[in-house]
Design a protein around this ligand. Structure first.
Ligand code: MG
Length: 439
């Protein structure tokens, strides 16, 4: 070999190798699969056959047949979320690399400029779950494996027991215990139950408000007596929970937390509204009753403070409200560092895709505390094949690659969402003088 050829070889070889290495990084990572981009983003709205307001995001990719689904449901503004996805977000997301989930999350937020937008959070949650679903399908692994793998075999859930009287509630709690549940939330006739004056009753103002009225003194007297009744009848084996639904003024919240101490609750939920979370410091000074909060949080400034200052014992955000699996996972990791546990919000208006996403995070998180359960009629299981079953108080996800849940789009479309005009307002509560009580 000539000296010139030798030199050319030694100079060219590293550059060629570098180019080859750079070119093959993606292919090596994806085992030779081509680069995958978002081809289309669709929002599928459905009433689910039961008057729900569900928004499901379906993301198709540049690989024919490969798609993912996510939950963007929002009971209060479902039509707005659907329009946001189709009119504003989809054009921005189409063409992006499906693997870059966190990058897309930040890019979308920065494009929106203003943070903590509840509509955007819903839209992003739907996209985020769908991208994890795609990543799992591509890897041939369930999402919980991509998140680090199982740290528990199934997901312990708590059920919702309700009764109009203490004895009826006792029977309802016992019904859950007989079905295998170890954790049961107990409400005396809905939120605020025990503290609601029926329409027209109590000392009302002349020509004033006559509807049902929440009286916090009555409530704070009634609830400890209720839980004494439950403990006498049911013993200490069952873990009891209670949801205050933010109805109390701060001083009464402190008082209730103190009075509930003897009944050893697993937690009290939402004893304060998000705008008054610093009152948790006062509660923590006087009561060992564990506190859970987060159902209506939308912004990290709310949960970061609560967790890092150890103001709460359980973070219970809704996965489809905070930004999806990626954000829930980050909250769980923050919780783990500060000894706080998770209890992702469910029940009521949530859809099966959100519940499934929460269960995947639960299965792979050491910060897990409990999962709120949810139950749907058979029709919903048919519409969403793979919806987790909760046979004995434990949720089991379908372990197929991805999220393990799908949507029958044709069936979902047979049940269009209803016009919300005139829908019953379950969130406006008033006191005896007609003033609003916080939800
Ligand atoms: Mg609640």
């Amino acid at each position: 070999m000539q000296r010139r050829d030798l030199l050319a070889g030694t100079v060219a070889a590293p550059a060629a190798l570098a180019a080859q290495a750079a070119q093959s990084t993606y292919e090596r990572r994806t085992r030779g699969l081509p680069r995958l981009t978002i081809k289309n983003v669709e929002s599928i709205t459905t009433a689910g056959g039961r008057g729900y307001t569900w928004v499901i995001v379906k993301v198709t990719t540049s690989e024919p047949g490969l798609y993912g689904i996510g939950s963007a449901s929002n009971y209060h503004q479902a039509f707005t979320v659907a329009a946001s996805i189709e009119k504003h977000m989809a054009p921005f997301w189409i063409g992006k690399d499906v693997d870059r989930i966190d990058d897309i999350w930040y890019a979308t937020n920065y494009r929106n400029y203003r943070r903590g937008d509840t509509i955007l959070n819903n839209a992003l949650s739907g996209l985020d779950m769908a991208l994890w679903d795609i990543k799992g399908k591509r890897a041939g692994m369930p999402v919980f494996d991509l998140l680090g793998g199982k740290v528990r075999d199934a997901v312990p859930c708590y059920g919702h027991a309700d009764g109009a009287t203490p004895d009826a509630l006792t029977d309802a709690v016992k019904g859950f215990m007989d079905r295998g549940y170890r954790h049961v939330r107990a409400q005396l006739g809905g939120y605020g139950g025990g503290g609601i004056l029926p329409p027209g009753q109590g000392k009302r103002m002349r020509s004033g408000y006559t509807g049902p009225a929440f009286d916090e003194e009555q409530y704070v007297n009634a609830i400890p007596k209720l839980f004494e009744h439950l403990r006498v009848k049911l013993g200490n084996d069952v873990r009891l929970l209670h949801d205050v639904h933010e109805h109390l003024t701060p001083a009464m919240a402190v008082e209730l937390a103190k009075r509930m101490e003897p009944y050893r609750l697993f937690f009290i939920e939402d004893i304060l509204p998000p705008e008054l979370i610093h009152w948790f410091k006062n509660i923590k000074q006087v009561s060992s009753t564990p506190m859970a909060m987060g159902e209506i949080f939308t912004n990290p400034q709310e949960w970061v403070t609560c967790i890092s200052e150890r103001l709460i014992d359980f973070a219970r955000c809704r996965v489809s409200t905070v930004g999806g699996i990626t954000q829930a996972r980050k909250i769980a990791i923050l919780c783990e560092a500060f000894g706080v546990r998770t209890a992702w919000q469910e029940g009521g208006d949530n859809d099966p895709v959100n519940f499934t996403a929460a269960c995947h995070v639960d299965l792979a998180s050491s910060a897990f505390g409990i999962q709120e359960d949810n139950r749907w009629p058979d029709q919903v299981h048919e519409m969403f094949p793979g919806t987790p079953k909760i046979p004995d108080g434990y949720a089991y996800v379908n372990e197929a690659p991805g999220l393990g849940i799908d949507i029958n789009v044709e069936m979902a479309r047979k049940y269009p969402m209803q016009d919300p005009t005139g829908r019953e307002d379950g969130f406006t509560v008033r006191s005896i003088d007609g003033s609003l009580v916080r939800p």
